[in-house]
Ligand binder design. Structure first.
Ligand code: GUN
Length: 295
């Protein structure tokens, strides 16, 4: 069997066009232009390229974006001041602090400084708590993108056995909560580095979502032929044939899996573009809610 390739890039293009039309209509009806403020600390090349991609996508959708770029040496106070400044800016509806920060020990404090009404990443405890309770909340963008891919591909989730590999605060853990919620109704197994018999669990899964941050985490011997695999990994591996000196690979053994299973997302061109589309959607929703328009 050759797997169906779940093309996140093309789906994201469709969604971004829908969002751009929505932004144009919002402007025509109300004069509102949604605004996103991005805080980037240090010069991690991957973070810089993600931030550039997010800002470009905003511009293309008609969303205003502004960046606060701080050096890697920025103090905790400097970073908090940038967040407080954006909290106080009326035209800014969404705030995103690109992670990881050079000093990961202050990430929680920085995230908790973001006004929850502007927390378009959905990382603030208030939004996480509301999400866990099934209340309206900003939902983290990558988990939202994964679920959108599965829904638009008509992958049945109600009652399905879904294995999530990776328990990060950004992807694995929120995804496990969203998938098990009423209305989605998957049976979720959240796996991590201490999981025993990972292959036994993945062989029983209808859907496997891999967000482990390690190439080769899922191999063809670990899956059934009717499985659907979503690869959230983005890893840079050295490649001297590329001008950049590296190529991007996911967390799964794509070539071998694509020969065996029902459907799979590629890297690049799978989940990544969907994360950006979901960020735009959250920013437009933030603008509507903050300014008293129906979301
Ligand atoms: N770093 C990796 N993914 C993300 C994300 O979705 N949001 C932020 N702010 N940082 C990230």
């Amino acid at each position: 069997m050759t797997a169906r390739i779940l093309d996140g890039k093309s789906l994201a293009t469709t969604l971004r066009a829908e969002i751009a039309a929505d932004v144009a209509a919002l402007y025509q009806q109300t004069g509102i232009v949604p605004g996103l403020g991005v805080v980037l600390v240090g010069d991690n090349p991957a973070s810089r390229s993600y931030v550039t991609a997010k800002e470009k996508a905003c511009t293309a959708a008609g969303i205003h974006s502004t960046e606060r770029r701080l050096p890697a040496s920025a103090s905790r106070e400097d970073i908090l001041a940038a967040v407080h400044d954006l909290n106080g800016q009326e035209p800014i509806d969404g705030i995103l602090v690109q992670l990881p920060l050079p000093d990961s020990a202050i990430e929680r404090e920085v995230i908790e400084a973001i006004d929850p009404a502007k927390d378009v990443d959905g990382f603030h405890p208030l939004n996480i708590g509301r999400m866990v309770l099934g209340l309206p909340a900003f939902v983290p963008c990558t988990p939202a993108g994964v679920i959108e891919i599965l829904r638009r591909a008509d992958v049945p989730l109600a009652g399905a056995a879904v294995v999530v590999i990776g328990r990060s605060q950004i992807v694995g853990r929120p995804l496990s909560i969203l998938l098990s919620q009423k209305g989605v109704d998957a049976t979720v197994t959240l796996c991590h580095t201490q999981t025993k018999n990972l292959a036994q669990l993945t062989r029983e899964a209808d859907v496997i979502i891999v967000a482990a941050g390690r190439p080769g985490t899922l191999t063809a011997d670990m899956v059934r032929a009717d499985a659907v695999v979503i690869d959230v990994g983005v890893n840079r591996v050295p490649d001297s044939s590329k001008a950049s000196g590296y190529r991007l690979v996911g967390d799964v053994d794509f070539e071998a899996l694509a020969q065996k299973i029902a459907a799979i997302t590629p890297v690049p061109g799978g989940v990544g573009p969907m994360t950006i589309a979901m960020l735009l959607r959250n920013t437009v929703n933030a603008a509507r809610r903050r300014r008293g328009e129906p979301a």
